[in-house]
Design a protein around this ligand. Structure first.
Ligand code: ADP
Ligand code: MG
Length: 254
């Protein structure tokens, strides 16, 4: 079975350890949510999986369908089906959305095979309609001058076009008003299915009313401290993260 497995992952930036023994199994066909206070390492986890060069993995592994991806470059991980929607998407002045996505899709084709323009635009427009993005966005530079909500839509548009097998969505809800949240959630939900596993990272329970996860994990200080069903998210909403912090503070007896 297809899965993304994170095993006892330790990762640092400089000499500071941020992920401190994190284990998580994400099978295709499921949606898992990671919730946690700011600074707990959620974005670090997403970036380490995607292959961001700032982070050093000091122990543990990330396995895609049983194969370690830690030695792979980010683009190789992406071609193998890993996708990251950034919490803070970068602006790429001078590169239009249409050209950017076309290049990204072309890069996945075997040597010598050309993306068919008509098919490409048909798919692009279909996905833009799904996300209620006006057509003139295709000729705008990626994320340049976009509002927070437009950037998040653009991230999900990339996911819709690339059809990854594992998608990491880092705070896709941040900066969205309720209408935009509904549109983006609808887009994400329409991409759910047996061939994709999703890891939805969020600080707030609100998103999980729209993207209902199969499992919820609470991350504190670089580790998962509790896992459960979506009811766990409601507990966090009601009680905040203090209980989880206390749990983390207790010495762990191995
Ligand atoms: P979260 O997404 O849960 O809010 P992050 O993964 O962004 O948490 O950050 C976890 C910790 O790692 C924070 O204390 C943050 O300051 C630190 N950190 C993350 N990225 C960097 C970086 N590039 N340089 C220095 N510290 C960083
Ligand atoms: Mg973050």
């Amino acid at each position: 079975m297809k899965n993304l497995r994170i095993e006892n992952l330790h990762a640092s930036i400089g000499d500071r350890e941020i992920l401190r023994g994190l284990t998580l199994d994400l099978p295709a066909g499921q949606v898992h949510a990671i919730m946690g206070p700011n600074g707990s390492g959620k974005s670090t986890l997403a970036k380490v999986i995607a292959g961001h060069p700032d982070y050093t993995v000091t122990a543990g592994d990330v396995l895609l369908n049983g194969e370690s991806i830690l030695e792979m470059e980010p683009d190789e991980r992406a071609r193998k089906g890993v996708f990251l929607a950034f919490q803070y998407p970068s602006e790429i002045p001078g590169v239009t959305i249409a050209n950017f996505l076309r290049a990204a899709l072309q890069a996945r084709l075997p040597e010598g095979e050309e993306l068919e323009a008509t098919d490409y635009y048909a798919k692009l427009y279909e996905k833009m309609d799904l996300l209620q993005m006006p057509r003139n966005f295709t000729s705008r530079s990626v994320n340049e001058g976009f509002s927070g909500g437009e950037k998040k839509r653009c991230e999900i548009l990339q996911m819709a076009m690339l059809q990854p097998s594992f998608a990491l969505l880092d705070e896709t809800d941040s900066g969205l008003d309720i209408d935009a949240l509904k549109v983006v959630s609808h887009g994400v939900n329409s991409l759910r299915g047996p061939d994709i596993g999703m890891l939805v990272i969020t600080h707030y329970q609100r998103l999980l009313n729209y993207i209902v996860p199969d499992f919820v994990h609470v991350m504190v200080n670089g580790r998962i401290v509790e896992s459960g069903t979506k009811d766990l998210a409601l507990k966090l909403e009601a009680e905040g993260y203090d209980w989880a912090n206390e749990q983390e503070a207790e010495p762990v007896v191995a």
